[in-house]
Design a protein around this ligand. Sequence first.
Ligand code: ZN
Ligand code: ZN
Length: 294
Amino acid sequence: METIFAILIITVVLLIFINIGKKIRKNNSWKKPIKPFSASWRKTLFENVIFYNNLDPDKKQQFESKVHEFIINCKITGVETEVDEKDRVLIAASAVIPIFAFPKWHYYNLKEVILYPREFNRDFDTEGTKRSIAGMVGTGYMEGKMILSKQALHHGFKNETDKKNTAIHEFVHLIDKADGSIDGIPALLLEKQYALPWIDLIQKKIEEIYDGKSDINPYGATDSTEFFAVISEYFFERPKLLKQKHPKLYSLLEMIFDQKMAKKLKKPKSREINRNDPCPCGSNKKYKKCCGKN
Ligand SMILES: [Zn+2]
Ligand SMILES: [Zn+2]
């Protein structure tokens, strides 16, 4: 009788543990996409995201799958604005670009992206004065949320030379934050021995901004956290220029993100896709006979 009782208790305890285990795994795992990647999402990528256009066909597919995964796992909500398909694809692309070398990376610290129509101020007001915030990563009661200005999101992909991309900037903050502290040192991606040289270099580059001797966005001089986000925008948008003007900075960023960006960006401009173009999906068929049908 006692043994039966003991077995029963053990079984119950085991069941509870299995359930807890499942819950933890559930919180830490993103659903995998099941449906095929939509042709109109592909068109949006082709027409707006140079990073995507410069990938080989198999890497393009990998990029699409990461974009797809982001879209089905992260809530995107519009405030005073509608969220359309292009918004979703561009937000997801901004999330995927900096972590593209790390296929297992998921933004577990992000639950929701909130899209505002334009820049906002400290009171989250989009109409009032002193509106200068184009994006932010929430803390406190806003933990797990990111706010983005729709205008800034689109501008980041439209202007391909100004070294600015607000959405990538905010996702880099999340990457920075993933090690527990938001300090400009992405400890999960940067090997320990490079942390000090990295911080030293940031200090030097911030001084150059103060001395008026820098082509880096002065907002980067705020602190090391902002510097890391600002210089990452530069790295992903104008890698060749960065390599030429700040070779040390470039090579450390290449190591952090594990992407040889200066070699990667060959096709300089994104453009609208024509019906007779080769299909961006890499099928070797004409667009009109492949993903562009009807
Ligand atoms: Zn920032
Ligand atoms: Zn196709």
